[in-house]
Write a protein that binds this ligand. Structure first.
Ligand code: ASP
Length: 342
């Protein structure tokens, strides 16, 4: 690691910095982060902290917070080698996905982390998560470039790409998984980086942020017993520009005519429809079954192996960038930030 590395820790809230209040766990002022985690002083890294006010439970995260995060990173981009974002686990996969799209041409690490137990609790997982996240944010290759110039999540000894992550466990320290690609790094005695998997910024492209998000997206999870009225309300709903249809298995949904008619009416009316599987792993392939083909014929775009969190973030980002829905649909099928296997 370079002696002069510097990392900005951006503290947004979450369990890592919470303590017991009259109404349950509440965020407290953990702004002097190295005082709370003295292990951080053992690194030869310059550490600064930026604390959100107010601190939030990540269940209250909104796109305005993502915009602020992107702006803080942009405003401090030249002063630090990497960034650590302390964030609640509940929506960490959404925030990491969103930032992966909003930060274009990223050449520095942005490492999200948090914990399942507050940092003051004796068995906390927060210290190891934070210390290793800082190490990843400061890590450089032999040529001086960042080891992981990506938005990622460090949790329970694994570094995973932010837009591949999903929260899979409410109580285990192993709260996140990246079901469709292996971790970018694993920590044991050393942190072992999977360099072949880590994305590098394209040459010549500068860093810029994109903060225009269009959030007019609904998510429809198909299930046995879904009624025609529910499908109509979502797929033909007003003020909705795109619908993520969470389908079964390889992208299959109800083949009955009433359902495919509503889907076709929705697509013909101009809505962007994205097919994402309900399965934890694997991908949508609408060619496989007649039930999938019917969706394809009706005008649904396949999401491949994208997670719902990344699908939502990608739609917010693309719809904010482009008013033309056909352009959005064509970019949905392209791998922009490593969010799909293509
Ligand atoms: N509710 C908390 C949050 O997401 C949970 C956590 O941090 O693990 O902010």
């Amino acid at each position: 690691m370079n002696e002069k590395s510097s990392v900005l820790i951006i503290y947004t809230g979450g369990t890592i910095g919470m303590k017991q209040g009259p109404n349950g766990l509440e965020p407290f002022d953990f702004s002097q982060i190295p005082d709370e985690v003295p292990e951080l002083r053992k690194f030869a890294i310059k550490l600064d902290a930026y604390t959100f006010n107010p601190l939030i439970d990540s269940s209250d995260v909104e796109p305005s917070m993502w915009r602020r995060l992107a702006e803080i990173i942009r405003d401090n981009y030249d002063s630090y080698d990497g960034f650590v974002v302390l964030h609640g686990t509940d929506t960490m996969a959404y925030s990491a996905s969103a930032l992966s799209f909003m930060l274009d041409g990223l050449s520095k690490p942005v490492v999200f982390t948090g914990s399942q137990l507050p940092v003051g609790s004796p068995r906390t997982d927060g210290k190891e998560n934070l210390v290793s996240a800082v190490e990843v944010a400061a890590a450089k290759r032999g040529d001086g470039s960042a080891m992981v110039p990506e938005v990622c999540i460090y949790f329970d000894s694994k570094l995973i790409r932010g837009n591949r992550a999903t929260k899979v466990n409410a109580t285990s320290f192993s709260a996140f998984k990246s079901p469709n690609i292996p971790p970018l790094a694993e920590a044991g005695i050393n942190i072992r980086y999977n360099e072949a998997l880590i994305r590098r910024p394209s040459l010549g492209g500068g860093f810029r942020i994109s903060t225009t998000l269009d959030t007019r997206v609904a998510i429809l999870k198909v299930h046995p017993g879904i009624t025609e009225q529910v499908a109509r309300n979502v797929l033909l709903g007003e003020g909705i520009r795109a619908v993520i249809i969470e389908t079964y298995g390889s992208g299959n949904a109800i083949s009955r005519k009433w359902f495919t008619d509503i889907v076709a009416e929705s697509a013909a009316g101009g809505k962007i429809l994205l097919n994402v599987t309900q399965c934890l792993a694997g991908e949508v392939n609408m060619d496989l079954y007649a039930t999938g083909r019917a969706l394809q014929a009706a005008g649904v775009t396949g999401g491949g192996d994208i997670t719902t969190e990344a699908g939502l973030a990608k739609l917010f980002y693309l719809m904010g960038e482009f008013t033309d829905n056909e352009k959005v649909k064509s970019l949905l099928g392209q791998n922009l930030r490593g969010e799909i296997s293509k």
